[in-house]
Design a protein around this ligand. Sequence first.
Ligand code: PAF
Length: 274
Amino acid sequence: MQLLHTITDLRAALNQYRHPAVVPTMGNLHDGHIALVRQAKPLGDVTVATIFVNRLQFAPHEDFDTYPRTLQADCAKLEAAGCDVVFAPNEAELYPQPQTYRVQPPSVLADILEGHFRPGFFGGVCTVVMKLLSCTQARTALFGKKDYQQLMVLRNMVQQFAMPIDVVGGETLRAEDGLALSSRNGYLSAAERHQAVQLSAALKRLAETLREGKTNYVALANQALAELTAQGWRPDYVVVRRRADLQAPQRGDALVVLAAARLGTTRLIDNLEV
Ligand code: PAF
């Protein structure tokens, strides 16, 4: 496996390939990322992971400075998973000048849910992903479904810009108790980790109720939110949305339930397709 830090070296290494399959990450890799790399392997003629903690998608009060940077451990995991190339640029390499050209995703999708609570987040994500896909000349790009809205925003970006790239979603990996794997789970204290299962459990109960055919979506979601609050969480949202565009569902739509909530100082997100 090659570990490369510059765009020039990356281009030289990938020159001989026709179909890079790329897994963009911010590092601090867990089994969910590794599953994406394994999923990528048969989808291209070279498997590339990118590791870059992207300042553009963090608000000033968020955890950019403290986000765990674990390049050595990440590379060991990637190599074991059969990754061929790791692209880990520093900020000066990816943003040699201030990144004044930005991708602006549409408000109707990017300013709701995560985008409402993290203004500018999806613009930052789209901008860096556009640049990483350009650097790697990706033909397939893989993103986890745990970041459901992110996957949708990026899929639409690739489609609207007619980028010649297949966007593939990877299933969410969960710990035995149901907690969705996330780099931010590492912030949880032992007691919080024990309690964290309540988020996926609440979504599971909500999804089960919906499967029974109930359609009072807002009331059911608010009930789940109230339960989390009573358990000591500070939820940003618990919602039932239609899968196609994350807008309020009509009867008969395919559904997804999504939640974001803080446990102590850690903000976790999760979702379940119904
Ligand atoms: O999901 C992530 O880790 C990041 O948002 C991504 C897609 C790598 C862009 O920085």
